[in-house]
Design a protein around this ligand. Structure first.
Ligand code: SF4
Length: 510
């Protein structure tokens, strides 16, 4: 029963409210302290263990909650409800629809009063009761964004299910989850935990696609749609099949994923999901079948995990490795590339670029190091690549500026900086990670876009020359006279900002 639940213990002085300007992405320390006071220490400690921070401790990309929101929105018969500041929800729904979400995002609004009196929790509970129609939904995901998490809104006290509709409550604050990639893991892990409890309690439904008659390898990580098919084809000679891809597209796939014989951590940041697979007794294999070397060692690792005879492993390798080698040789990439991103697949892409012939001196990933990325790191470092986990925007930009590459692949601000310098740039998320990467289909898939971008150097130079002299920063744009820079005003503001920064630093140390 949850009828008598209240969050009356929240200290009104401590609880951040939407009217407190600045209590957002950039006040991680204050928000975290408030969340701990409001009873969220356990989950924040778990996040700190799962997603270790450093050198930066707050998101430098889009709101992390976009990751978990997208995972929910892509699942059939799953409703998503956000609880957070209106500005955050506006941004998240905007980005969701920009990326093609075909469903509405639910929102339970709040104000200072409903937040601190506990009425927000009552409103959320009322909303899920009103929505829980088993004809429409298998599950409803409720997500606490920063402010409700910091205020201790206790989603764990929602009922586990209503009318047969599962209720999954998660906290996805920017001060606990550093990237949107890791937020995908928060929801995937919560759903796997729920599904594992269901499977342990009794029989569960088979997925619409049926059950494989072979041992399966569940795949962790959102991939280009052809990648799981390619992986399945490469597993076939060893008598294995590709299982579901987690994050799943329907609830019943979660059971099939847990029913696998092994898990391939294709994307290496799914710590919570791995915890659930390990609890179900499934072994985990790191890295991925990318390029020649990656595919050879991944097939060997999978074969060893299943105790498959060496000749069968060699058979699988011999069927695919020559084709991969041929595709890589047929589509060479010449040039120096710096690569950075926040999707978690950066190391895999770097391997493919290097095997295609590119010189890649630097790879930065906003995700943390994990057991399942070590093989890729070792391979890259053996080729002389500087690999930076939890790379900050500053790391990525200074690497790009120091190396002065023929092409910078990175996040929006890195690419923007590169283009300002006249260096060709490609967005990792939209243009690189949304391509096939695995096995023969992945070999050579990057060459066209990468070579075209490198070939654009002349265009970048002429654009740079064209815009030369229009000013930068606050003097950018078209001015009728000289830009009206007021040095005195600027010096005054800088002094004030420095003073505020010193005061904030001193307050931190108290
Ligand atoms: S919910 Fe996202 S956008 Fe809103 S304050 Fe937190 S990190 Fe920033």
């Amino acid at each position: 029963m949850t009828d008598d639940v209240s969050i009356g213990s929240i200290d009104i002085e401590q609880a951040p409210t939407p009217s407190e300007d600045g209590m957002g992405c950039h006040s991680a320390g204050k928000m975290e302290a408030a969340a701990r006071t409001a009873g969220k220490s356990e989950i924040l400690d778990q996040y700190a263990a799962d997603y270790p921070t450093g050198p930066h401790d707050k998101p430098q990309s889009m709101c992390p909650a976009f990751g978990s929101l997208r995972v929910g929105l892509r699942m059939r018969r799953v409703a998503t409800v956000l609880s957070g500041s209106a500005c955050c929800v506006y941004g998240l729904t905007f980005v969701s629809h920009f990326y093609g979400a075909r469903r509405s995002v639910g929102y339970v609004p709040f104000n200072s009063e409903t937040l601190v009196t506990g009425k927000l929790f009552e409103d959320i509970r009322e909303s899920v009761h009103a929505m829980a129609d088993p004809e429409k939904f298998d599950a409803i995901v409720v997500t606490n964004l920063c402010v409700p998490t910091a205020s201790g809104v206790p989603l764990r006290l929602l009922p586990d299910e209503i009318n047969g509709v599962r209720i999954v409550g998660i906290d996805v604050p920017g001060f606990g989850i550093p990237t949107h990639a890791e937020a995908k893991d928060v929801l995937a892990g919560a759903m796997l935990a729920y599904a594992r409890n269901e499977a342990e309690a009794g029989p569960v439904a088979t997925p619409a696609s049926g059950k494989s008659d072979r041992p399966t390898v569940a795949l962790l990580g959102e991939m280009f749609p052809v990648d799981p098919i390619t992986i399945g084809a490469m597993l076939d000679p060893m008598g294995l099949a590709a299982g579901p891809t987690v994050p799943c597209r329907e609830w019943r796939e979660l059971y099939a994923a847990l029913d696998c014989s092994a898990v391939a951590a294709i994307h290496p940041f799914y710590t919570a999901a791995v915890r659930e697979f390990k609890a179900a007794g499934r072994p985990i294999v790191g890295s991925a079948p990318v390029g020649h070397d990656g595919t050879a060692s991944w097939l060997a690792a999978i074969g060893d995990t299943f105790n498959i005879k060496a000749d069968k492993i060699a058979d699988a390798q011999n069927r695919f490795l020559p084709a991969i080698k041929g595709a890589l040789a047929a589509t060479p990439i010449n040039g120096t590339i710096t690569l950075s991103g926040y999707e978690g697949s950066e190391l895999l892409v770097a391997r493919l670029l290097i095997e295609s012939g590119a010189n890649v001196p630097y790879v930065g990933t906003a995700c943390a190091k994990s057991d399942w990325s070590l093989e890729d790191r070792d391979w890259l470092e053996a080729k002389g690549v500087k690999v930076k986990f939890r790379a900050s925007l500053e790391d990525d930009c200074s690497a790009m500026e120091a190396i002065n590459p023929d092409l910078a692949i990175g996040t929006t601000p890195v690419v923007q900086k590169a283009k300002e310098r006249g260096t060709p740039g490609l967005y990792f998320t939209n243009l690189i990670s949304a391509r096939p990467l695995m096995g023969p289909a992945g070999a050579g898939s990057l060459a066209q876009v990468v070579n075209a971008a490198i070939g654009n150097k002349d265009r970048m130079d002429s654009m740079k020359a064209f815009f030369e002299g229009v000013g930068t920063g606050d003097t950018a744009g078209v001015w009728e006279g000289a830009p009206n820079v007021d040095d005195g005003f600027r010096a005054h503001r800088e002094k004030k900002l420095a003073k505020a920064a010193r005061a904030a630093k001193a307050a931190e140390m108290i």
